[in-house]
Design a protein around this ligand. Structure first.
Ligand code: FES
Length: 79
């Protein structure tokens, strides 16, 4: 099952599979999610999922049960 992922604020859309790691989806979409530890402990990679809480992208995957998902990278890039 594929899920259409919409990244904000970049406004990029990409199709992903349920269970695909969010960092991988982002990389495929050309969206940079800042990361640090990649182990779920530094929160550098925190993003906000539509209708859901914030998640740490490095330990999160595309959730089942929806056709579309908006992922908001709320930290503004500083460059
Ligand atoms: S990179 Fe550290 S919590 Fe995800």
């Amino acid at each position: 099952m594929s899920v259409r992922i919409h990244f904000l604020p970049d406004d990029v859309t990409v199709d992903a599979k349920v269970g695909e790691p969010l960092l991988e989806v982002a990389r495929r979409a050309g969206v940079i999610i800042p990361t640090g530890c990649l182990m779920g402990s530094c929160y550098a990679c925190t993003v906000e999922l539509e209708d859901m809480d914030t998640v740490r992208a490095c330990i999160s995957a595309v959730p089942p049960g929806r056709e579309k998902l908006t992922i908001n990278l709320f930290s503004d890039p500083t460059w």
